[in-house]
Design a protein around this ligand. Structure first.
Ligand code: ZN
Ligand code: ZN
Length: 358
């Protein structure tokens, strides 16, 4: 079993997350959590330039004295949004309750549904699948794991191994699909088009696999940051209509389309990260080698910093405001028969372009 060690926690902090969150709870929670107080000095030069060291140390000390509201043990997190401090064992339970509440409130998953969870191996999808497993019996739905192997050299194999481990820890059925079976991998796509090709491929394979395996719903680990980022991008490209899709559940509108749902749409990356750390679940800390800069994520964090509660209010109000039904005109792809907006679907266009190079 992959266990999280201190060194890897910090390599993660320093690699992709830490720069974005000035003075947030990572800085004082995680070192406390891992009992590496030296880490404070390590973290300073990177991000807390404008915060006097003294204030920071006082904050850390205050935090060390904080007690879990539920059991009085040492707290590892102080959730400002919910005005509650929690320990390592009570936080996961609290998180799962939040997920359960949202699933019920927004009818994200319904009773007796067969749910296929798309798990990439990152902190968000791993926390989603673990929380779903915890509440599965109570809400009475079936649950299995799907991993899509995109064939990215030196990256995809690691992710697949992590997801396999998570599935075995949680005692869930593991399903996998390989993009290379369609004649190409993400590495074959030219740099500029990689992210869109990756999105197209994942959506296509998720839907096709879920339908072929007779699942009712595919769930993905999109977080509130993802939803807000999509919203901004849709507005900037003038595709305002697409914002209607940014809701927690999109019901199927054709027999070829499986219902899509996002059970952690109102959770944040920080909440997810803390959850997987507390639960000691394996997860990938590597950023995708092709990933673009996280500009949007950074912008969203800065808004949250100035306007606390922004993220949650945004996604929750979006979910309430958007009408769930939308009907796009669609056809069936001439090549593969899947639902498409043009004669040949985007995935087949990719296959035609990149598979023949082999
Ligand atoms: Zn506790
Ligand atoms: Zn097609």
């Amino acid at each position: 079993m992959v266990q999280l060690d201190i060194a890897s926690s910090f390599s993660c902090l320093l690699s992709h997350e830490v720069f974005l969150f000035p003075c947030n709870f990572y800085f004082y929670i995680l070192p406390l959590f891992c009992k590496v107080y030296k880490a404070y000095d390590l973290l300073f030069p990177f991000s807390l330039k404008n915060i006097p060291k003294k204030i920071f140390k006082t904050k850390a000390r205050i935090f060390q004295k904080m007690k879990c509201r539920k059991c009085n043990k040492k707290a590892v997190v102080n959730l400002k949004d919910y005005k509650i401090a929690l320990c390592e064992s009570c936080y996961p339970i609290f998180y799962e309750k939040l997920v359960e509440r949202s699933i019920k409130r927004y009818r994200i998953i319904k009773e007796k549904e067969k749910v296929l969870a798309a798990v990439s191996g990152g902190k968000d999808s791993v926390s989603m699948i673990s929380a779903l497993k915890e509440i599965q019996k109570k809400l009475n739905f079936e649950l299995e794991v799907l991993h899509i192997n995109l064939g990215i050299k030196g990256y995809s194999e690691k992710l697949e191994k992590i997801v396999k481990d998570v599935a075995s820890i949680l005692e869930l059925e593991f399903n996998t699909v390989e993009l290379k079976d369609y004649g190409f991998t993400i590495d074959d796509v030219e740099i500029k088009k990689i992210c869109s090709a990756c999105g197209i491929s994942k959506r296509y394979l998720m839907n096709k696999t879920a339908r072929e395996l007779n699942f009712d719903v595919v769930v993905t680990g999109h977080t509130s940051e993802d939803i807000i980022e999509f919203f901004f991008k849709n507005c900037l490209s003038g595709n305002f209509e697409l914002n209607k899709k940014l809701i927690p559940r999109i019901d199927s509108f054709d027999k070829k389309i499986v219902t899509k749902a996002r059970p952690i749409f109102d959770r944040t990356e920080k909440e997810n990260m803390l959850y997987v750390l507390c639960k000691k679940l394996p997860f990938s800390m590597d950023a995708c080698p092709h990933a673009p800069r996280r500009d949007w994520k950074e912008i969203i964090y800065y808004i949250e910093l100035k306007k606390p509660g922004f993220k949650r209010a945004f996604v929750v109000n979006l979910a309430k405001a958007m009408k769930p039904e939308f009907k796009e005109p669609f056809k069936y792809c001439m090549r593969c028969g899947e639902v498409s907006t043009s004669a040949i679907c985007s995935f087949c266009k990719l296959t035609m372009k990149y598979a023949k190079k082999k």
